[in-house]
Design a binder for this molecule. Structure first.
Ligand code: 5GP
Ligand code: ZN
Length: 110
C-alpha cells in the first residue's frame, strides 16, 4: 500500500522516534505547529478515525494509554491531542494519527 506512515513504520522513510512498542509508534512531526508536536500512530494501517471499529479500537485505547508517558517525557503538563478525519478536516495523511501539541499556549479550536 502506498501509505507514507506505513513506510515510516517499515523504516523506509526516516523519522525521529520518541516512543515505539509492538503496536504503536510516536515520532516528531516534520512541520511542527508547536514547540512539541508529536504524531502517535498505530503500526497497523487504519485510514482514519472513520475506520476505527470494535475490532481495532484496542490499539486506539493503547495509544491513549501511552500519551501521558509520551507527554511526560517531553516535559508537558498541558497539551492537546487531536486527530483530523477527512480532507475538509485537514487530514493530509490517510493513516490514523493523533497529534500531541504542547509547549506554548494553544489557541481555540477552529
Ligand atoms: P494531518 O494533516 O493529516 O492531520 O497530519 C499529517 C501530519 O503529518 C502533518 O502535521 C505533517 O506535517 C506530518 N507529516 C507529513 N509528512 C511527514 C513526514 O514525512 N514525516 C513526518 N515526521 N511528518 C510528516
Ligand atoms: Zn498506513
Amino acid at each position: 500500500m502506498d501509505c507514507l506512515f506505513c513506510k515510516i513504520v517499515a523504516g523506509e522513510i526516516p523519522s525521529t522516534k520518541v516512543y515505539e512498542d509492538d503496536r504503536i509508534l510516536a515520532f516528531r512531526d516534520i512541520n511542527p505547529q508547536a514547540p512539541t508536536h508529536i504524531l502517535v500512530i498505530p503500526k497497523m494501517h487504519i485510514g482514519g478515525a472513520d475506520e476505527v471499529t470494535a475490532d481495532n479500537a484496542a490499539v486506539v485505547a493503547h495509544i491513549f494509554a501511552t500519551v501521558p508517558q509520551i507527554a511526560k517525557a517531553e516535559g508537558l503538563t498541558d497539551y492537546r491531542v487531536l486527530t483530523n478525519n477527512g480532507a475538509d478536516a485537514g487530514q493530509t495523511v490517510r493513516h490514523l494519527h493523533f497529534h500531541i501539541l504542547g509547549g506554548r499556549v494553544l489557541g481555540a479550536m477552529g
